[in-house]
Design a protein around this ligand. Sequence first.
Ligand SMILES: [Zn+2]
Length: 232
Amino acid sequence: MLRTDEILSTIEMLHAEHLDVRAVTLALNVEDCAAPSVDHVCRKLKNKILSRARRLVETCNRVGAKYGIPVVNKRLAISPASTILAGHGHAAAVQVARTLDAAAAECGVDFVGGFTALVHKGISSADAVVKRLSGRRVCRKCGATFHVESLPSRRGEACDRCGGELYQREDDRAETVRNRLRVYEEQTASLLDYYRARGILVRVDADRTVEEVLGAVDAAVASVAGGRQGRS
Ligand SMILES: [Zn+2]
């Protein structure tokens, strides 16, 4: 049970410190929007979003007014994006992105997460990726991972830990890596262009330590979120 002085001090805090609720997110599972054609996927997505989220903004505003605490961002999060895109080729991603943006605009939500919050992890050159992945060696016996340059086994071709034979996985072969990169570039290029044009794509250089990349991702998300808030 709240005491009167606690309620009064909370009201005082709200007025003095201008508290707000940063974001309310309505999460939607869109797995059931998978369909044989992209047009069909988009129709199902739009129907689902409009039927579930049409009153999100109105409800947030009503709650905000009732408690005197404004809700700054009203968001939608959809998941899993990869399931509804599977098997539809690279043009599908942009069509789905357009559909999501149109549905979000119709509902008045600030943004759709799970799809638009796309952080493209850039790497300076394909050669760096090939070098990084193709140097990896795995122990057949214990599964330990080494790298011929950055983390070599002190026992050469044998595992440091158990003496087992080190081998290169099929996935890590230079030709396989180059081929995977080419497919990735083809499939994401059009989606990257779409989000770049909307000003919500930030390039993060991933040729650095894990801590540095994490810091850069944090900064990128903050800059995009700040920019969006500034515009709304
Ligand atoms: Zn081993």
